[in-house]
Design a protein. Structure first.
Length: 274
């Protein structure tokens, strides 16, 4: 019998650490499976999913730029995927349907609270960015009962729209960067991809202080631009998103295989290999 087949689809995809992460998970838990990275043409996602499924594929991760399309393709979605408007985990079902979930937010919260020991309840949280990455983590963050959650974005109407979409879950507000002047936050999360180009958000002085724990949802072999910026502002802690990557992968693995891997040795392996 051939090993069960899984994959991540995206464009670009060559940089993905997901094949290594899931290989380590499979070795650790004794699962007979293979996991590959598939480069998909930007106009060929639905066809690629059909072909993967026809070839006996058991499950997919989905990354940029296909998470919204995966949401539309799913015939059944989890509650968190429904709210996020994006799917990063697909599971073919026996009836021919396709179950979609979003593990990004739970991966972020688990890294913050379990791995990093951060308390989110009663804290003032600043979420930078109002795109798909921010939307995908809002519900899990709000379930932690923060005192307030502020979404700041360069394009203010997008921040206001996103806050309105999630206001039923807790005290969430949207604003522009200048509106943050004079305010301080306990936890600052960067959900923009600006750091990939070496840019950082244009935050007013003092928003990040010695009381702030900062987290960049991006990651790299070197400290990201936002992590370097947060350290320069005197942040108490400044972390990248490698832990979120591994934790969201572990949640996907659990959805597919019903087994929850130990993430700590996998994170250590990734850190050590740079």
């Amino acid at each position: 019998m051939p090993s069960d087949r899984y994959a991540v689809m995206g464009n670009p995809i060559a940089h993905s650490k997901s094949p290594l992460i899931h290989r380590l998970f499979a070795e650790q838990t004794g699962q007979d499976m293979v996991y590959e990275a598939i480069l998909v043409p930007t106009d060929g996602f639905a066809r690629a999913v059909r072909d993967f499924r026809a070839g006996g594929g058991k499950g997919l991760n989905v990354t940029v730029p296909f998470k919204q399309e995966a949401w539309r393709l799913a015939t059944r979605r989890s509650g968190r995927a429904e709210r996020a408007g994006a799917v990063n985990t697909l599971l073919p079902e026996d009836d021919g349907g396709l179950y979609g979930d979003n593990t990004d937010g739970v991966g972020l919260v688990r890294d913050l609270t379990v791995n990093q020991g951060m308390e989110l309840e009663g804290r003032r949280i600043l979420l930078i960015g109002a795109g798909g990455a921010a939307r995908g983590v809002l519900e899990p963050l709000l379930t932690q009962s923060p005192a307030q959650l502020v979404i700041a974005n360069r394009t203010v109407p997008r921040a206001l729209e996103l806050a309105q979409a999630f206001h039923d879950l807790g005290p969430v507000h949207g604003c522009g960067f200048p509106d943050l002047a004079g305010r301080r936050f306990d936890v600052v999360i960067n959900a923009t991809a600006a750091g990939l180009e070496g840019r950082v958000p244009d935050l007013p002085a003092g928003v990040i202080s010695g009381d702030s724990s900062c987290y960049d949802m991006m990651y790299g072999s070197e400290p990201t631009a936002f992590v370097r910026y947060a350290r320069a502002q005197g942040a108490r802690r400044a972390l990248d998103g490698l832990g979120m990557l591994v934790e969201q992968a572990a949640e996907s693995f659990f959805i597919w295989r019903g087994v929850r891997p130990d993430t700590a040795p996998v994170m250590e392996r990734l850190r050590n290999q740079g």
